[in-house]
Design a protein around this ligand. Structure first.
Ligand code: DI6
Ligand code: FE
Length: 397
């Protein structure tokens, strides 16, 4: 295919948008083979099937590198209860909190979980997403964790989108192990990780390193099994406090450390050294009405790549709009529109270990977004507006 008459945002490096006015993109199957000014299209590509993009803006397709889109039920009742002044105890007694999602996820069939997840996936696709990371972590028992990961895999057959799974068995301590997180790690989490891996259900291993979840010693035991199995590592770190998760992630050469609101300048340096991507999640920051902004200036200073994602989950981030996440990253975290776009494309790809995606250049995946927009800054600027004209996924419209 030869796509012509496009204003191309190549993001060829991290310095600027890499804009090509009057550009063209040649593809072969699911790969980009050439990109440049229309006037310079090599003769070999001129005979290809041509598709005129009408002078529209073209960017790499969006990538949501941190989601929990597979879960049962929702927490709208809890949201409403809180806003009517209910206390934490009252919410808990009404069956609220993460435990309610675990209960709903355990009792849901695979088909129901998939149908529910697809409503959220469709919202992501409608804004130009072609690659979604999906975590387990609302099962917290062997069968339900495996069920969640199988559903995540099924998303890629049900919709034109790629999926990467992360095993998040170390997300919370389930009620049956209350007060005994170590036994949960030994008896459930680690054996389930091995089982899920042997079924080919795991692309990466994640954990929630936080006072209300697991400490660095417990996460270390999960990571050691990940290393043994040859799986890449990610970590929810420093979301609500600093307990050393970012340093731990860096020590293990993790693909990403996510949330990182409470990370320090020294943590940023550690991420830079290990090449770990900092994934910021403004939807959770907004929903929880947090005030501690991630150390963006430190990430810039130490050249830590910043990604951003929806963190779509029923509790702290019921967000299915990557464009709104970009806007929030700019407005709440003072990231630039270029950083926000890199964060939803090239750097999100890096956070998933998919370095051949998220930029428009020869050899990269032909996953593109065509927008009714003049300039890339419009994508992060507008609130609640979707200018997507169409997606190109694996070279196909
Ligand atoms: N970070 C969060 O904010 C949540 N999980 C996580 O790892 C909250 C999940 C929930 O409340 O359902
Ligand atoms: Fe998360």
């Amino acid at each position: 295919m030869l796509f012509t008459n496009a204003r191309i945002v190549t993001l060829r490096d991290d310095q600027d948008y890499g804009l090509i006015e009057e550009g063209a993109i040649a593809t072969d199957g699911d790969q980009i083979t050439w990109v440049g000014p229309s006037a310079d299209v090599p003769d070999v590509y001129r005979s290809e099937t041509t598709h005129d993009l009408g002078g529209r803006l073209v960017t790499p397709a969006l990538i949501d590198c941190h989601t929990h889109v597979v879960f049962g039920g929702n927490r709208a009742t809890e949201f409403e209860l809180r806003l009517n002044g209910a206390s934490y105890e009252e919410v808990a007694r009404a069956g609220g909190g993460i435990v309610s999602t675990v209960t709903a996820t355990r009792s849901a069939s695979e088909a129901a979980l998939l149908a529910d997840a697809l409503t959220r996936v469709d919202a992501l696709i409608a804004e130009g997403v072609t690659l979604i990371e999906v975590k387990s972590g609302y099962g917290l028992d062997r069968d339900t964790e495996l069920k969640m990961l199988r559903v995540a895999r099924q998303i890629a057959s049900a919709r034109p989108v790629d999926v990467r799974t992360s095993f998040l068995g170390a997300h919370a301590v389930p009620p049956e192990f209350k007060g005994n997180p170590d036994a949960y790690i030994d008896d459930i989490c680690l054996p389930t990780l091995r089982a899920a891996h042997s079924e080919g259900l795991v692309d990466a291993v994640d954990g929630f390193c936080e006072g209300i979840a697991f400490d660095t010693a417990q996460i270390t035991r999960v990571f050691d099994v990940a290393v043994e199995l040859g799986l890449p590592i990610k970590l929810h770190a420093e979301q609500l406090s600093n307990i050393g998760g970012t340093q731990l992630a860096a020590h293990y050469g993790a693909l990403s450390a996510d949330h990182v609101e409470y990370a320090t300048d020294a943590d940023a340096q550690a991420l830079a050294k290990s090449g770990t991507v900092a994934v910021v999640l403004p939807g959770a920051f907004y929903t929880l009405r947090e005030t501690k902004v991630p150390p963006i200036a430190s990430f810039r200073k130490h050249a830590v790549r910043m990604a951003l994602a929806t963190d779509c989950n029923p509790g702290s981030s019921p967000l299915t709009s990557p464009l709104l996440a970009m806007n929030m990253a700019c407005t709440l975290f003072r990231m630039t529109p270029l950083e926000a776009l890199l964060g939803m494309t090239a750097h999100a790809a890096a956070a998933l270990g998919e370095e051949d995606r998220g930029r428009i250049m020869a050899g990269a995946r032909a996953d593109l977004c065509v927008w009714n927009a003049q300039h890339p800054s419009e994508l992060a600027y507008r609130i609640g507006f979707n200018p997507l004209h169409h997606r190109i996924f694996k070279g196909a419209i």
